[in-house]
Ligand binder design. Structure first.
Ligand code: ZN
Length: 233
């Protein structure tokens, strides 16, 4: 049976900017990857769309299509919760639904937003905390252990973010570019995330010891690593 990665994204662009390379890498390694996109980001991350004169409903359709295109480019499944963003309301009922989705998918790894103080976009912090609550709810119902990793936010210094894990995405960079190009409403973000990937690769190539790394994504870690035999190297 395939190993499974579950990616939980507040808005359509988040999983693309922050984890598209990692998703493509795991898909190429034979993993099944499912993305849950909680909202269409039609209030908080779609300012460019409204300059074209479209309304909220049209924006939701456009953002949904962009995210679906990006997921397809990465070889991942995607489903949409359709919640309103800014501010994302993760009520107890929605957290229980998320717990049910986690239990049903049985992931081996979960990626989502870091739970730090995201002063730029509170939906990201709300999502990270909701996923952690849903995870604990699922764990109480017998879910198997799955490590949870947090996306790197756009402004890590403002969010108290610390990178714990660097993923070398050099070999799948072209796929990340294709996914980023699907996000036409936020096309101005692409250059910034390319610069971030190059910057993070310099760390991975230096103190990370991965000399061939040209592009990297980073993640925070929600749980400690427990190795039974050796140090992780
Ligand atoms: Zn977002």
């Amino acid at each position: 049976m395939k190993q499974k990665m579950l990616v939980i994204s507040a808005h359509p662009g988040d999983f693309v900017w922050r984890s598209a390379g990692t998703i493509a890498k795991y898909v190429s390694d034979g993993w099944q990857v499912r993305i849950i996109c909680l909202s269409y980001g039609a209030r908080g991350e779609s300012a460019a769309f409204y300059k074209t004169g479209g309304d909220y409903a049209a924006c939701c359709e456009v953002r949904k299509a962009e995210a679906a295109g990006a997921a397809e480019a990465l070889g991942a499944e995607i489903c949409f919760s359709g919640y309103e963003d800014f501010c994302l309301d993760m009520s107890p009922e929605r957290i229980r639904k998320l717990a049910e989705d986690i239990l049903a998918f049985e992931p081996d790894i979960i990626l989502t937003h870091d739970t730090g103080k995201d002063r730029v976009n509170p939906d990201h912090m709300i999502t990270g905390r909701a996923v952690l609550e849903a995870y604990e709810t699922a764990a109480e119902s017998g879910m198997k252990y799955a490590p949870v990793f947090g996306f790197e936010p756009m402004n890590p210094e403002l969010c108290g973010y610390k990178a714990d894990v660097y993923i070398d995405i050099t070999e799948v960079w072209d796929q990340k570019v294709k996914a980023m190009e699907c996000m036409q409403t936020q096309k101005k973000s692409r250059a910034a995330y390319e610069e971030k990937a190059v910057f993070r690769a310099s760390y991975a190539a230096g103190r990370g010891g991965n000399k061939g790394c040209r592009y990297a994504e980073t993640f925070s870690r929600f749980f400690p690593i427990c190795e039974f035999d050796d140090f992780a190297v």
